[in-house]
Design a protein around this ligand. Structure first.
Ligand SMILES: [Ca+2]
Ligand SMILES: [Ca+2]
Length: 312
């Protein structure tokens, strides 16, 4: 790997030890906290072999999203080493890998620097770095030959498959944070996604607001329900006949915003019989409740009432 060393590596002196920050409950770290000892020209290097000196995994233990990339370089003056984080997957043949994701260019300079990224990753995927013509790709020289970097000239695009050259004793000075992504929206559920219950939202889970109205209609009741979010709405009704509770409705229907949900509710026999005995100048009141549960499990309700006229 000596051929990658450029004048830039002369600036990488006075390395400091890095203490990794503790990972939060469900997120995990992968990569290598070694300190950069050199930088090569325009190469892409994938971490494919792990030495005993590296306590971190180099393959993704689970699927999720990479949300942070932390680089360790010596402190002090530096010309800057712009890096791209790459996610790659074995393409089957020996040393053959497909790039499946990448970050934007991260302006790495010196010392310990952490960047926000958002790169989805599948279980078993590998990470790598790409360094451009300015500065080159950062790497650590390791005495442990089990640290293996797979090297390719240039900047392979996402989706491209190539055969890389394995180099022993080569590691990368990057540690990434892998967060779960339960709703698979490509946003890490701990720091990037405020609604991990729904792929449709990355901000706070939207609360469903309901508005309902009920009216008597030729022997049945029509309940109209408007909603602020697409939601499964349930309509139930309740009244009292001769001291006994009579229940109505109970159907569920998907209602979309901007379009009223129409629930046609039959009048049950007990209520129909009571209305038949009631003069047309009198009414029986029925209360309806429209309810919906949002993606975060919160239930919203709205009530409406209808007066049914006696039919005697
Ligand atoms: Ca998510
Ligand atoms: Ca989400």
């Amino acid at each position: 790997m000596r051929r990658l060393i450029t004048a830039a590596s002369a600036l990488l002196i006075g390395a400091t030890m890095l203490v990794p920050s503790p990972a939060s409950a469900a997120s995990v770290e992968m990569g290598n906290s070694c300190t950069a000892g050199g930088a090569g020209a325009s190469f892409t290097v994938l971490m494919v072999g792990k030495g005993a000196d590296n306590p971190l995994p180099i393959t993704a233990p689970s699927a999720g999203v990479l949300t942070k990339a932390r680089f360790t370089l010596p402190t002090g003056d530096s010309p800057g080493f712009p890096q791209k984080l790459k996610v790659a997957r074995s393409a089957g043949a020996p040393n053959q890998y497909t790039v499946v994701g990448e970050s934007g260019v991260l302006p790495v300079v010196s010392g310990v620097q952490t960047f926000d990224v958002r790169v989805p990753i599948a279980a078993g995927d590998l990470i790598g770095l790409q360094g451009g013509a300015s500065g080159g790709v950062l790497y650590c020289n390791s005495g442990d030959t089990a640290n293996v970097g797979a090297v390719l000239a240039g900047d392979p695009a996402v989706g491209s498959t190539a055969t890389y050259s394995p180099e022993s004793g080569l590691a990368l000075p990057v540690v990434v944070t892998l967060e779960p992504d339960a709703d698979k929206d490509g946003y890490g559920d701990e720091t990037q996604d405020q609604c991990p219950q729904s792929a449709a939202a990355q901000g706070p889970c939207p609360i469903v607001k309901l508005d309902s109205f009920s009216l008597a209609q030729d022997g049945s009741i029509l309940v109209l329900v408007g909603t602020s979010e697409s939601a499964k709405v349930k309509v139930t009704g309740k009244t009292t006949v001769d001291g006994k509770v009579v229940k109505l409705g109970g159907k569920k229907k998907q209602v979309k915003p901007g379009k009223l949900g129409r629930f046609k509710v039959a009048v049950p026999p007990a209520l129909r019989a009571a209305l038949a005995e009631l003069p047309s100048s009198k009414f029986i009141k029925v209360t309806f409740t429209a309810s919906a549960t949002d993606t975060a499990g919160r239930t919203s309700k709205d009530k409406s009432t209808v007066k049914l006229r006696g039919t005697r």
